[in-house]
Ligand binder design. Sequence first.
Ligand code: PLP
Length: 229
Amino acid sequence: MVGDNLKSLYAKLPSGVKLVAVSKFHPVDRLMEAYDAGQRLFGENRPQELAAKVPQMPSDVEWHFIGHLQTNKLKLVLPYVSLVQSVDSLHLLEAIDKWGRDNDKIVDILLELHLGAEETKHGFSEEDILSIIEAGKGIPSETASPSGMCNVRIRGLMGMATNTEDEAVIEADFARIEALFNRIRAEYPELAETFTELSIGMSGDWPLAVKHGATMVRIGTDIFGPREY
Ligand SMILES: *Cc1c(COP(=O)(O)O)cnc(C)c1O
Protein backbone atom coordinates (compact mmCIF):
# COMPACT_ATOMS: atom_id res chain seq x y z
CA MET A 1 0.00 0.00 0.00
CA VAL A 2 2.58 2.59 1.12
CA GLY A 3 4.99 1.06 -1.37
CA ASP A 4 2.45 1.31 -4.20
CA ASN A 5 1.72 4.93 -3.30
CA LEU A 6 5.40 5.79 -3.42
CA LYS A 7 5.85 3.99 -6.68
CA SER A 8 3.07 5.89 -8.39
CA LEU A 9 4.33 9.22 -7.00
CA TYR A 10 7.86 8.59 -8.22
CA ALA A 11 6.49 7.64 -11.63
CA LYS A 12 4.86 11.07 -11.89
CA LEU A 13 7.52 13.26 -10.24
CA PRO A 14 10.24 14.73 -12.46
CA SER A 15 13.53 13.08 -11.53
CA GLY A 16 15.15 16.27 -10.23
CA VAL A 17 12.47 16.83 -7.60
CA LYS A 18 13.14 15.37 -4.14
CA LEU A 19 10.26 13.69 -2.35
CA VAL A 20 10.06 14.24 1.39
CA ALA A 21 7.80 11.58 2.90
CA VAL A 22 5.92 13.43 5.62
CA SER A 23 5.50 10.80 8.31
CA LYS A 24 4.15 12.89 11.19
CA PHE A 25 1.55 11.15 13.38
CA HIS A 26 2.27 7.79 11.72
CA PRO A 27 3.85 4.95 13.72
CA VAL A 28 7.30 3.63 12.91
CA ASP A 29 5.99 0.45 11.28
CA ARG A 30 4.34 2.60 8.59
CA LEU A 31 7.59 4.47 8.09
CA MET A 32 9.35 1.13 7.74
CA GLU A 33 6.95 0.19 4.93
CA ALA A 34 8.16 3.28 3.09
CA TYR A 35 11.77 2.51 3.97
CA ASP A 36 11.43 -1.03 2.66
CA ALA A 37 10.05 0.40 -0.59
CA GLY A 38 13.26 2.43 -0.90
CA GLN A 39 12.29 5.76 0.66
CA ARG A 40 15.13 7.38 2.66
CA LEU A 41 14.02 11.00 3.12
CA PHE A 42 11.39 11.67 5.80
CA GLY A 43 9.86 14.85 7.24
CA GLU A 44 8.54 15.38 10.76
CA ASN A 45 6.98 18.46 12.33
CA ARG A 46 7.11 17.83 16.09
CA PRO A 47 10.43 17.76 17.98
CA GLN A 48 9.54 15.03 20.49
CA GLU A 49 8.09 12.78 17.83
CA LEU A 50 11.15 13.20 15.63
CA ALA A 51 13.54 12.50 18.49
CA ALA A 52 11.56 9.36 19.41
CA LYS A 53 11.48 8.01 15.85
CA VAL A 54 15.11 8.60 14.91
CA PRO A 55 16.61 5.79 17.04
CA GLN A 56 13.88 3.37 15.90
CA MET A 57 14.66 3.82 12.20
CA PRO A 58 17.73 2.64 10.25
CA SER A 59 20.67 5.02 10.41
CA ASP A 60 20.70 5.78 6.68
CA VAL A 61 17.39 7.63 6.94
CA GLU A 62 17.67 11.35 6.22
CA TRP A 63 15.36 13.60 8.23
CA HIS A 64 14.02 17.07 7.53
CA PHE A 65 12.21 19.16 10.12
CA ILE A 66 9.15 20.87 8.63
CA GLY A 67 7.20 22.26 11.60
CA HIS A 68 7.21 25.27 13.87
CA LEU A 69 10.32 25.04 16.03
CA GLN A 70 10.70 26.66 19.42
CA THR A 71 14.20 27.65 20.45
CA ASN A 72 14.06 25.54 23.60
CA LYS A 73 13.57 22.40 21.46
CA LEU A 74 16.64 22.73 19.25
CA LYS A 75 18.54 19.89 20.88
CA LEU A 76 15.71 17.47 20.07
CA VAL A 77 15.95 18.35 16.39
CA LEU A 78 19.26 19.75 15.18
CA PRO A 79 21.47 16.73 15.96
CA TYR A 80 19.30 14.53 13.72
CA VAL A 81 18.20 16.52 10.68
CA SER A 82 19.99 17.42 7.47
CA LEU A 83 17.67 20.37 6.84
CA VAL A 84 15.35 22.58 8.89
CA GLN A 85 12.78 23.64 6.29
CA SER A 86 10.68 25.84 8.51
CA VAL A 87 12.76 28.71 9.89
CA ASP A 88 10.14 31.38 10.41
CA SER A 89 11.69 34.06 12.64
CA LEU A 90 14.95 35.91 13.13
CA HIS A 91 14.94 34.78 16.75
CA LEU A 92 14.92 31.15 15.60
CA LEU A 93 17.56 31.78 12.93
CA GLU A 94 19.85 33.34 15.55
CA ALA A 95 19.27 30.50 18.00
CA ILE A 96 20.11 27.91 15.34
CA ASP A 97 23.27 29.83 14.47
CA LYS A 98 24.28 29.85 18.14
CA TRP A 99 23.57 26.12 18.46
CA GLY A 100 25.75 25.56 15.39
CA ARG A 101 28.56 27.61 16.90
CA ASP A 102 28.33 25.78 20.23
CA ASN A 103 28.29 22.39 18.49
CA ASP A 104 30.81 23.21 15.77
CA LYS A 105 28.31 22.57 12.99
CA ILE A 106 26.89 24.43 10.03
CA VAL A 107 23.13 23.90 9.94
CA ASP A 108 21.33 23.86 6.58
CA ILE A 109 18.00 25.67 6.66
CA LEU A 110 15.24 27.04 4.45
CA LEU A 111 13.54 30.34 5.16
CA GLU A 112 9.77 29.91 5.34
CA LEU A 113 7.81 32.52 3.39
CA HIS A 114 4.37 33.33 4.76
CA LEU A 115 2.45 32.39 1.65
CA GLY A 116 -1.10 31.23 2.25
CA ALA A 117 -4.03 33.44 3.08
CA GLU A 118 -4.37 31.86 6.53
CA GLU A 119 -3.44 34.18 9.40
CA THR A 120 -2.14 31.29 11.43
CA LYS A 121 0.56 30.23 9.01
CA HIS A 122 4.05 31.00 10.16
CA GLY A 123 6.71 32.60 8.08
CA PHE A 124 8.60 35.68 7.01
CA SER A 125 7.40 38.41 4.69
CA GLU A 126 9.23 38.83 1.39
CA GLU A 127 10.83 42.01 2.75
CA ASP A 128 12.15 40.16 5.80
CA ILE A 129 13.66 37.44 3.63
CA LEU A 130 15.33 39.95 1.32
CA SER A 131 16.80 41.82 4.26
CA ILE A 132 18.17 38.64 5.85
CA ILE A 133 19.83 37.70 2.58
CA GLU A 134 21.04 41.27 2.06
CA ALA A 135 22.62 41.36 5.51
CA GLY A 136 24.71 38.38 4.54
CA LYS A 137 23.14 36.26 7.23
CA GLY A 138 23.39 32.59 6.55
CA ILE A 139 26.28 32.98 4.16
CA PRO A 140 29.10 31.27 6.03
CA SER A 141 32.32 32.91 5.05
CA GLU A 142 35.55 34.13 6.57
CA THR A 143 34.60 37.61 5.60
CA ALA A 144 31.00 37.55 6.75
CA SER A 145 29.78 40.95 7.80
CA PRO A 146 29.53 41.60 11.54
CA SER A 147 25.85 40.72 11.37
CA GLY A 148 26.67 37.59 9.37
CA MET A 149 25.88 34.23 10.86
CA CYS A 150 28.59 31.71 10.26
CA ASN A 151 26.84 28.55 11.43
CA VAL A 152 23.69 28.55 9.34
CA ARG A 153 23.58 28.03 5.61
CA ILE A 154 20.43 29.28 3.90
CA ARG A 155 19.67 26.68 1.23
CA GLY A 156 16.48 28.19 -0.17
CA LEU A 157 12.82 28.86 0.55
CA MET A 158 9.84 26.90 1.82
CA GLY A 159 6.16 27.76 1.66
CA MET A 160 2.64 26.41 2.06
CA ALA A 161 -0.03 27.58 -0.34
CA THR A 162 -3.48 28.67 0.76
CA ASN A 163 -5.63 25.70 1.75
CA THR A 164 -8.26 25.91 -1.01
CA GLU A 165 -9.63 23.98 -3.97
CA ASP A 166 -9.15 27.05 -6.15
CA GLU A 167 -6.17 26.26 -8.33
CA ALA A 168 -5.77 29.87 -9.43
CA VAL A 169 -5.21 30.92 -5.82
CA ILE A 170 -2.71 28.10 -5.24
CA GLU A 171 -0.84 28.94 -8.43
CA ALA A 172 -0.67 32.62 -7.50
CA ASP A 173 0.92 31.63 -4.17
CA PHE A 174 3.44 29.35 -5.85
CA ALA A 175 4.22 31.95 -8.51
CA ARG A 176 4.99 34.46 -5.76
CA ILE A 177 7.49 32.25 -3.95
CA GLU A 178 8.99 31.11 -7.25
CA ALA A 179 9.56 34.74 -8.24
CA LEU A 180 11.25 35.54 -4.92
CA PHE A 181 13.45 32.44 -5.20
CA ASN A 182 14.50 33.36 -8.75
CA ARG A 183 15.06 36.99 -7.81
CA ILE A 184 17.43 36.07 -4.97
CA ARG A 185 19.34 33.67 -7.21
CA ALA A 186 19.65 36.35 -9.89
CA GLU A 187 20.67 39.15 -7.52
CA TYR A 188 23.14 37.11 -5.47
CA PRO A 189 25.22 35.05 -7.90
CA GLU A 190 27.55 34.22 -4.97
CA LEU A 191 24.70 32.08 -3.60
CA ALA A 192 24.38 30.04 -6.80
CA GLU A 193 25.75 26.87 -5.23
CA THR A 194 24.00 27.03 -1.86
CA PHE A 195 20.65 28.76 -2.43
CA THR A 196 19.22 25.99 -4.58
CA GLU A 197 16.09 24.57 -2.92
CA LEU A 198 12.46 25.55 -3.35
CA SER A 199 10.25 23.42 -1.09
CA ILE A 200 6.63 23.81 -2.16
CA GLY A 201 3.82 21.33 -2.74
CA MET A 202 1.91 18.86 -0.58
CA SER A 203 -0.51 16.01 -1.35
CA GLY A 204 -3.23 18.26 -2.73
CA ASP A 205 -1.16 20.64 -4.79
CA TRP A 206 2.23 19.18 -5.64
CA PRO A 207 1.72 19.04 -9.45
CA LEU A 208 1.15 22.81 -9.42
CA ALA A 209 4.25 23.25 -7.26
CA VAL A 210 6.34 21.26 -9.73
CA LYS A 211 5.05 23.52 -12.49
CA HIS A 212 6.37 26.48 -10.46
CA GLY A 213 9.86 25.19 -9.95
CA ALA A 214 9.67 23.03 -6.82
CA THR A 215 12.93 21.20 -6.14
CA MET A 216 11.36 19.41 -3.18
CA VAL A 217 7.79 18.35 -2.42
CA ARG A 218 6.54 17.35 1.05
CA ILE A 219 3.92 14.62 0.81
CA GLY A 220 2.18 12.84 3.66
CA THR A 221 -1.42 11.83 2.97
CA ASP A 222 -0.81 10.55 -0.57
CA ILE A 223 1.81 8.15 0.83
CA PHE A 224 0.57 7.14 4.28
CA GLY A 225 -3.17 7.90 4.07
CA PRO A 226 -5.07 10.16 6.45
CA ARG A 227 -3.54 11.04 9.80
CA GLU A 228 -5.33 10.25 13.03
CA TYR A 229 -4.95 13.16 15.40
C1 PLP B 1 1.78 17.85 7.13
C2 PLP B 1 2.61 18.69 6.23
C3 PLP B 1 2.78 18.35 4.89
C4 PLP B 1 2.14 17.15 4.23
O1 PLP B 1 0.78 17.35 4.05
P1 PLP B 1 -0.12 16.29 3.23
O2 PLP B 1 -1.30 17.08 2.82
O3 PLP B 1 -0.45 15.18 4.17
O4 PLP B 1 0.69 15.82 2.07
C5 PLP B 1 3.62 19.16 4.13
N1 PLP B 1 4.22 20.24 4.65
C6 PLP B 1 4.09 20.59 5.93
C7 PLP B 1 4.79 21.80 6.44
C8 PLP B 1 3.26 19.84 6.77
O5 PLP B 1 3.13 20.19 8.05
